[in-house]
Design a protein around this ligand. Sequence first.
Ligand code: SAH
Length: 253
Amino acid sequence: MKMIHFIGAGPGDPELITVKGRRLIDEADVIIYAGSLVNPKVLDGHNDSAVIYNSALMDLDEVSRIEIEAAKKGLSVARVHTGDPSIYGAIREQMDLLEKEGIEFDVIPGVSSFVATAAVLKKEYTLPDVSQTVILTRMEGRTPMPPKEKLIDLARHNSSMVIFLSVSFMDELCKTLIEGGYSPDTPVAVVYKATWPEQKIVEGTLSDMPQKVKESKIDKTALTVVGGFLGNKYSLSKLYDKHFTTEYRKGVE
Ligand code: SAH
């Protein structure tokens, strides 16, 4: 159906977009993509006649104007966001403007960089007896943190933590996490451009990561993940425990 589709492009590898997202990009009359992070290869296969805009060069008003004009002409628009649009995607403000104009849209989820990061590290965020909680957060930048979400307070839980948009503040990040209650030898990984050909992985602990990141020269497009889930101590799951009965399988006595 011709309308505005917000599409999660995935983390970088052009094969990590959903089948639906792929089809809607191929069929779109207008494509607006976040050129600072979306791999342009994700757009390969678009209509020859499609008009393409890079939203990195535009403000909210300009993006919305293009979306609204196209929708009023009955064109189909692919608004392509990096990863999944619900995470630091600045998608809500666009959706609210469209709703005000009575313009129909839908959202096609994508593979967020935080799940791609676990995949390239070959780790699981939720290990029994290590952590059953994942905190996705960022450091305060131009966007302030709500007072109840200060990193130092979130650190208290020692959960698995994923920190977006913050690799250039690694000193302060690691210091705050230690002050908040993680032990200095807690494992940390920094993944630059997960799933892109130029992907880099730096592994260390809260105490040596600032130096390692400085040496790696990574200063953007990276995620920092922290927690015992990066280590090797954990309990086996109940789900596959042979003594444990589930809805599908009877455990042995
Ligand atoms: N909506 C996106 C996040 C947008 S915010 C998602 O779901 O992934 C942009 C931040 O996401 C970057 O500063 C970086 O911290 C992270 N990021 C995006 N793509 C990445 C990738 N391929 N590898 C590592 N981090 C990435």
